[in-house]
Design a protein around this ligand. Structure first.
Ligand code: AMP
Length: 607
C-alpha cells in the first residue's frame, strides 16, 4: 500500500530481451528506472557458484558465464520441447535445454555447484520479481497487482504460462493484455484531445512482431485487427549477422568456431551492437581479439549487407502488415497514424518499407518505442485499480477458435479478429446411429485442417439420447473473456445434459504441486537475494571503513597525533583485512561485521 493506504498497480512489459515497468502516480504514468538507473532491464537471469543475478548484473557477466546465463525464455514459454521453434532456437543458445515432464522444455544450469533445472515460467518469474522489486523500491511500498503484456500472437497456453510466471513472482495478475494494444492505449492517452483516429501499431521487438490496427478516441481504444509472428524480431536479425560472421571466420581460418559457446556469445553481442549502430551509421566494424583458438576477428559491415542478410525477414513483416490491413477492411488512406514500437522498429530499412507501403507517409515517432508498451500496461493497471482514468478497451481474438467437425476439418466458431469479450454458438450433431458420446477437441488457428492448427484441449459430452445419426441437436457455445481466455461448452438440446471446459492446457501447464513448489522456491530466492543485499552492504561498509582508516592512519602519522607503534599495528590490521576482503568475496554478513567490529576496536583511537 502507498502512503494514502491504496494498493498500487503496476504495468509490466515482459520483453524477450528487455523488460520495463511503469506506474500511475501524481496523475501521470512514470516509467521506473532500475537500481542501475536504466529504464529498461535485460530479461536475463544468471546462475553463478555463489549467487543468482537478474537484469543488468546478469548481462554484465554473460561472456564469462555463457552456459548459466539464461535469456529469451519468452521464446520457450507455453511451448513443447519438440516444437520446431524450440529445437531451432536451442542451436543458437549457449545454455542447455532438456525435455521435462510432458515434453516441457526445461533450462538446465549449474547453480552453487549443483545442476538445477528451471521451467520457462520460473525464469520469467525471476525477471518479473525483479520488475516488482524495482517498483517497490521506487514506491517504497509492497506491490502485488500488475498488468503484464504479451505479444498479440501469443496463443492460449503462452498467455496462461505468462500468468503463472506472474503468480510465482508473487504478483496478482489483474490482466494480461496484448503488447500492440498497450501501445495503442499509450497513443490514445497521449492524443487524448484528438478526434477519432485510426492507427496502425507496428511492434517489432527482440523476439516477436505484432501489427495491430485500432481506432482511438478520447480514451477509448477499439482494436480492429491484429496480425503477427511470434518468431520474428531483433534476435533473428542478430542471428543472420552471427551466421554470416561465423562463416567468414571459419572460411578465413579454416577452423570451426561454432562449437565454442563463449566465442559465439561474444560474437553475438558484437553483432547486436553492430546492428544497432547500423541504424544510424551506414558502416560499422566488428573487432574481437582472440575470438577462437587465439585468432582475432575483424570485419567491416555495411548497412546494405545487413539489409541483404535480412531482406526476407523484413518482407515477412510487410506481408503481415498487408494481412492486417485486409482484415481491418480499411484502406491505406484511412490510417491516420503509424506508431513505431519495439527496439527493432528503429531499423531504417524497416521504416522505409513501411512508409513506402503507405505512399510515403511519415511515421509517428512521438511515442518512445522502448517504453510505449509498459506505459499502456500501467494505464490499464491504473484503470483496473479504479484510479481516475478514462479508458475503455475493446480487444480482439488474434486466432480463430473452433472445433473438429467431419474428420479433421476445422470449423471456426469464433473467427479471428472478433471483438472480445464474446459469446458464439453453433449447432452440431452425431455422426453414428445411437451415438451417446461426442468428443470435442478445441483448436486455434487459421488452417482448414485441425491437424495443422493448435490443439487447446478437449472435452466429452456424455449421455446424449440415442437416436439416428444427425437427429440429436447439440448446442456448442464458445465464450471468450476480455483476456482472450476461452471457455467452451456443449449441451444436448433434448436432454439438457451439458459439459464444459475452460481451456487450461493442463498437459503443458504446471500442476498445482509444481506451482506451489515454484512459489516456495521463489520465496527462497527472494530471501537469498535479501541476504545477498545485506552481504553487499556489510562488505561495502567494511571496504569503505578500511579505505578511510588507512588514509586517517597516514594523516595521523604525518601530524604525529598517534604513536608510531600504534600506527604500525593499525596499518597491519587494516592491510590484513584488506587482503582477507580480496580473498573472501562471499563471506557471511556475520563475518564481515565481525571483522568490522574487530577493526573499529583496534582503530578506536582515531575516532
Ligand atoms: P524490445 O523487445 O522492444 O526491447 O526490442 C529489443 C530489440 O530491439 C533487440 O533485438 C535490440 O537489438 C533491438 N534494437 C534496439 N535498438 C535498436 C536500434 N537502434 N537498431 C536496431 N535494433 C535495435
Amino acid at each position: 500500500m502507498d502512503k494514502e493506504g491504496k494498493d498500487k498497480a503496476i504495468g509490466i512489459d515482459l520483453g524477450t530481451t528487455y523488460s520495463c515497468v511503469g506506474v500511475w502516480q501524481h496523475d501521470r504514468i512514470e516509467i521506473i528506472a532500475n537500481d542501475q538507473g536504466n529504464r529498461t532491464t535485460p530479461s536475463m537471469v544468471a546462475f553463478t557458484p555463489n549467487e543468482r543475478l537478474v537484469g543488468d548484473a546478469a548481462k554484465f557477466q554473460i561472456s564469462t558465464n555463457p552456459r548459466n546465463t539464461v535469456f529469451d525464455t519468452k521464446r520457450l514459454i507455453g511451448r513443447r520441447y519438440n516444437d520446431h521453434s524450440v529445437q531451432s532456437n536451442m542451436q543458437l543458445w549457449p545454455f542447455t535445454i532438456v525435455p521435462g515432464k510432458n515434453d516441457k522444455p526445461m533450462v538446465e544450469v549449474v547453480y552453487k555447484g549443483e545442476k538445477r533445472v528451471f521451467a520457462a515460467e520460473e525464469i520469467s518469474s525471476m525477471v518479473l520479481a525483479k520488475m516488482k522489486m524495482t517498483a517497490e523500491q521506487y514506491l517504497k511500498c509492497d506491490v502485488k497487482n500488475a498488468v503484464i503484456t504479451v505479444p498479440a500472437y501469443f496463443n492460449d497456453s503462452q498467455k496462461r504460462a505468462t500468468k503463472d510466471a506472474g503468480k510465482i513472482a508473487g504478483l496478482n495478475v489483474m490482466r494480461i493484455i496484448n503488447e500492440p494494444t498497450a501501445a495503442a492505449i499509450t497513443y490514445g492517452f497521449v492524443a487524448l484531445d484528438e478526434e477519432k483516429r485510426n492507427i496502425l501499431v507496428f511492434d517489432l521487438g527482440g523476439g516477436t512482431f505484432d501489427v495491430s490496427i485500432a481506432t482511438v478516441e478520447r480514451g477509448k481504444v477499439e482494436v480492429k485487427a491484429v496480425a503477427g509472428d511470434m518468431h520474428l524480431g531483433g534476435e533473428d536479425f542478430d542471428n543472420r549477422m552471427l551466421n554470416y560472421c561465423v562463416q567468414s571466420f571459419n572460411k578465413k581460418y579454416k577452423i570451426d568456431m561454432s562449437t565454442n559457446p563463449k566465442a559465439l556469445r561474444r560474437l553475438r553481442s558484437e553483432c547486436e551492437r553492430a546492428k544497432r549502430s547500423l541504424s544510424s551509421a551506414v558502416e560499422t566494424v566488428i573487432d574481437i581479439d582472440c575470438l577462437h583458438e587465439g585468432q582475432d576477428f575483424h570485419t567491416k559491415v555495411r548497412r546494405a549487407k545487413f539489409e541483404e542478410l535480412n531482406v526476407d525477414l523484413f518482407e515477412n513483416c510487410m506481408q503481415l502488415v498487408k494481412q492486417c490491413m485486409e482484415d481491418s477492411k480499411m484502406s491505406k488512406d484511412q490510417i491516420n497514424d503509424i506508431i513505431l514500437v519495439g527496439g527493432s522498429s528503429r531499423i531504417p530499412k524497416v521504416q522505409e518499407l513501411l512508409s513506402q507501403y503507405f505512399e510515403d507517409k511519415e511515421l509517428c515517432k512521438n511515442v518512445n518505442p522502448d517504453e510505449a508498451v509498459a506505459y499502456g500496461a500501467a494505464l490499464q493497471a491504473a484503470a483496473l485499480n479504479k484510479e481516475n482514468i478514462n479508458l475503455v478497451l475493446v480487444d480482439v481474438t488474434p486466432l480463430s477458435l473452433g472445433i473438429d467437425v467431419n474428420h479433421g476439418v476445422m470449423k471456426a466458431i469464433v473467427p479471428r479478429n472478433t471483438p472480445i469479450p464474446t459469446l458464439k454458438e453453433t449447432c452440431v450433431t452425431t455422426r453414428l446411429d445411437n451415438q451417446t458420446t461426442v468428443i470435442f477437441p478445441i483448436y486455434e488457428g487459421e488452417r482448414p485442417l485441425t491437424a495443422q492448427n493448435n490443439l487447446l484441449g478437449q472435452f466429452v459430452l456424455d449421455g446424449i439420447q440415442p437416436a439416428r445419426c444427425g437427429v440429436p441437436k447439440i448446442r456448442v457455445c464458445f465464450e471468450v473473456d476480455e483476456e482472450g481466455i476461452l471457455t467452451a461448452s456443449a449441451q444436448d438440446k433434448r436432454t439438457g445434459i451439458n459439459n464444459q471446459l475452460t481451456v487450461t492446457n493442463e498437459r503443458e501447464r504446471l500442476s498445482k504441486e509444481e506451482m506451489d513448489k515454484m512459489v516456495a522456491d521463489a520465496d527462497v530466492f527472494r530471501k537469498e537475494d535479501e541476504e545477498m543485499v545485506k552481504k553487499h552492504i556489510a562488505k561495502n561498509t567494511l571496504e569503505c571503513y578500511v579505505g578511510n582508516m588507512k588514509s586517517r592512519v597516514t594523516e595521523a602519522k604525518c601530524k604525529g597525533t598517534v604513536e608510531t607503534r600504534v600506527a604500525a599495528d593499525m596499518s597491519e590490521a587494516l592491510n590484513t583485512v584488506e587482503e582477507w576482503l580480496d580473498e573472501n568475496d562471499y563471506a557471511t554478513v556475520e563475518e564481515f561485521q565481525a571483522k568490522f567490529n574487530d577493526l573499529s576496536l583496534k582503530c578506536r583511537c582515531l575516532k
